[in-house]
Design a protein around this ligand. Structure first.
Ligand code: 13P
Length: 134
């Protein structure tokens, strides 16, 4: 599966702890991330990540474009709900595209844990037949 990992600045340490905890699951999948999140993940773990631009420079939109192309199966986006983001419209657009294309998306760590365990258990295998869904 193609998994996108994104974290706002105040959630980046949490994302690092998350990927280290679930490294054995994540390493079986193809990972994508916005620029700084991906760089931090690769520095802190043995995971290989396909990185896009940093979020404020268009990274959320690039991941949105991948979603529109059918290239992303799951998104874990640890958002910071307490800090205004200059690129809030891009964030909303990304989440909207998850809904358009029926992409499982977690916006906090609690749902992220559920999705990653579901990924390991094979709960997302239906994504293999996604061409018939939208
Ligand atoms: O801003 C972000 C998502 O909206 C994340 O971008 P970075 O991973 O480049 O910090």
């Amino acid at each position: 599966m193609n998994v996108a990992l994104i974290a706002h600045d105040k959630k980046k340490d949490l994302m690092i702890n998350f990927v280290i905890a679930y490294e054995n699951i994540l390493k079986k999948h193809t990972l994508f991330a916005t620029g700084t999140t991906g760089k931090r993940i690769m520095e802190a773990s043995s995971l290989s990540v396909n990185t896009f631009q940093s979020g404020p420079l268009g990274g959320d939109q690039q991941i949105g474009a991948e979603i529109a192309k059918g290239g992303i199966d799951m998104v874990i986006f640890l958002r910071d709900p307490m800090t205004a983001q200059p690129h809030e419209p891009d964030i909303q657009a990304l989440i909207r595209l998850c809904d358009v294309h029926m992409i499982p998306v977690a916006t906090n760590i609690a749902t992220g844990e559920l999705l990653i365990r579901g990924l390991e258990r094979g709960d997302l295998e239906w994504r293999l037949y996604k061409e018939n869904l939208v």
